[in-house]
Write a protein that binds this ligand. Structure first.
Ligand SMILES: *[C@@H]1O[C@H](CO)[C@@H](O)[C@H](O)[C@H]1NC(C)=O
Ligand SMILES: *[C@@H]1O[C@H](CO)[C@@H](O)[C@H](O)[C@H]1NC(C)=O
Length: 570
């Protein structure tokens, strides 16, 4: 099909005539065939459709832009109009269309390319482009969205224009580079934007599903070009997200965050930095063009005051709907969260997994220590405690003076047929299951139980809620906390099941910019270690000793006076 586009003009005229005749015939029979109505709806002003006898629709784009006609290399092809696939012709020019010379843009009549006229598949990769002035929370939105989408199985990456700029200008220098009349500065910025878009497109072409373009300066013309380029040339979906912030208090907070965390300002004094950022914003403000639904034919979401008001225009598609839902519940504020596992349980002591055991004597001591620590914090800000529905977390949180909310979603990974067994018993009774688990702990699901992937799924609503909370103490379990901390710390999924979350340790997360800082506060109460590393040999034919080599030491029976027992007895 791709060859079609490289034939001479006569070929196109032939098709047009053929197509006219065909459409006339279709018109006659359209009463009998509802499906053809769909075909018509696909044919918009600039597109002609041909149906071959085999029922295959070929869509050949006829560009309205005379200047660019030689570039139209897009051929769409499908069995049904609703299930079209976009095929790129070989040698399709890569990435120059976007922010090229302005002159061309000016002489070109305004083309209206939208997802509706193009009918890009729901499943096509999606480019998200952020629009807005500095300090409006674009990077926050970009990175939170990326975290959320990655967790939901959409491989997502943020392409930050300012990082590309920093590569060109090793030193930030001053706000001057953002002046409209600074030739060199604007050349560098344009170059950086082009590179970021190129990399984003490459990322999508490689089969990833979402790229987030965090550009600083996207004018109306640039938006139109990016939109057109993405839809026509690449066959990708595109959604603009505009961040607006009228709330002065919020704006000031954002500015302070930028001054603290941005690489641009790490070598400047505070006054200098404030002054510089203010001037930079003035440069932008002079040139900023807000998105206007009347003037622009693009899909966009406008987020005001970091999620206070969210409006959507021409937003369609599964991914976009999910994004819209996520954005509309979003609140962005500095936050501190505390995570801890339950105190050592009776099952921990004897090396059993799962179950609903009570705390051991040492576990109770930890509960007291935790309560003291947290109650001291609570003097400063009101706290709230989330526990699982299992005894050991409720007992651990018992002494904390704060409202408590038991959540089923925080329950420990369900080990199915292995609930309540020790690793030794698992090896004896289900050696094959045990080996399979070691081969892929992330995806392995216990028979009648759960996998890490399963708990990631049930944790989604909890994590979304937690992102908007401040001062929550989560009392949870090993596997569940590995997932939760992995989410906030952007851990790789395959690393999740082996993250270290020791007993009797408070993990404090503090937001800084769009990242989190982590602090481990170890309480001085002894406990067993429950972390089992991946053994070398994960083969199902391995010997029992190979399988058990990394099992942490534990007691064989519950000692009657555990607290006096020391490690020596293990
Ligand atoms: C924004 O982009 C336009 C067009 O490329 C350019 O003329 C202008 O100088 C840019 N402004 C800033 C502040 O980057
Ligand atoms: C694992 O153990 C089996 C059986 O003892 C052996 O045949 C195999 O070579 C071992 N594999 C590794 C990677 O050590």
């Amino acid at each position: 099909m791709a060859l079609l586009s490289s034939r001479g003009d006569w070929y196109i005229y032939f098709w047009l005539i053929y197509c006219k005749i065909y459409l006339a015939i279709v018109g006659v029979f359209s009463n009998h065939c509802r499906g053809t109505d769909k075909v018509h709806s696909v044919i918009t002003a600039g597109v002609s459709v041909v149906q071959s006898p085999g029922g295959l629709h070929r869509v050949r784009t006829r560009r309205r832009r005379p200047l660019q006609q030689h570039r139209s290399k897009l051929v769409a092809l499908a069995r049904r109009p609703s299930l079209r696939r976009i095929v790129m012709a070989p040698g399709a020019s890569a990435v120059h269309a976007m922010m090229e010379d302005k002159e061309k843009t000016l002489h070109r009549p305004l083309a209206s390319v939208s997802m509706h006229t193009r009918r890009i598949s729901q499943f096509a990769p999606l480019l998200i482009a952020l629009v807005g002035l500095p300090a409006r929370g674009k990077s926050q939105v970009a990175h939170r969205l990326s975290r959320h989408l990655n967790w939901n199985g959409e491989s997502t990456k943020v392409f930050d224009c300012s990082e590309y700029r920093r590569r060109h200008l090793a030193l930030y220098g001053r706000h001057d580079i953002f002046r409209a009349d600074n030739q060199q500065g604007s050349a560098v910025r344009r170059q950086s934007a082009r590179e970021a878009v190129q990399d984003a497109m490459l990322w999508l072409k490689e089969g990833n599903s979402v790229a987030i373009f965090d550009g600083t300066n996207i004018t109306r013309d640039q938006r139109r070009e990016l939109n057109e380029y993405c839809l026509s040339e690449m066959g990708f979906r595109i959604l603009f997200i505009e961040c607006v912030c009228e709330d002065q208090e919020l704006l000031e907070r954002n500015i302070i965050e930028i001054l603290h965390y941005s690489a641009d300002y790490k070598d400047m004094s505070e006054e200098e930095a404030v002054d510089d950022l203010r001037k930079k914003m003035e440069h932008y403000m002079r040139q900023y063009e807000p998105i206007d639904a009347e003037l622009e034919d693009i899909s966009f979401v406008r987020v005001e005051n970091m999620g206070e008001t969210v409006t959507a225009h021409k937003v369609a598609g599964q991914k976009e709907a999910g994004i819209l839902g996520y954005m509309s519940g979003m609140r962005v504020m500095p936050q501190t969260l505390y995570f801890t596992r339950h105190g050592e349980s009776e099952y921990n002591v004897v090396g059993r997994i799962g179950g609903d055991a009570s705390l051991s004597a040492r576990g109770q001591l930890y509960a007291q220590a935790l309560a003291e620590h947290v109650n001291a914090l609570a003097g400063r800000a009101p706290l709230c405690v989330w526990t699982s529905e299992l005894q050991r977390t409720k007992q651990t949180a018992a002494g904390i003076r704060a409202p408590k909310r038991p959540l089923r979603a925080l329950n420990e990974l369900d080990a199915g047929i292995c609930e309540g067994l020790t690793y030794e018993e698992m090896q004896e009774r289900f050696p094959q299951e045990f080996a399979w688990r070691d081969q892929d702990k992330l995806r392995y699901r216990y028979p009648w139980g759960e996998s890490y992937i399963d708990i990631m799924t049930r944790l989604r609503p909890v994590l979304s809620a937690l992102e908007d909370e401040h001062g929550v103490v989560v009392v949870g379990h090993q596997a569940v906390l590995r997932c939760m901390l992995g989410y906030f710390l952007d851990a790789k999924l395959d690393e999740l099941p082996y993250m270290t979350v020791p007993l009797h340790t408070i993990v404090k997360l503090t937001s800084c910019g769009y990242k989190y800082r982590v602090e481990m506060i170890k309480m001085p109460v002894d406990c067993v270690d429950t972390h089992r590393k991946q053994p070398m040999n994960c083969s199902i034919t391995r010997s029992a000793s190979d399988a058990l080599v990394t099992v942490p030491s534990h007691y064989d029976t519950l000692p009657s006076n555990l607290w006096q027992n020391t490690e020596a007895q293990l």
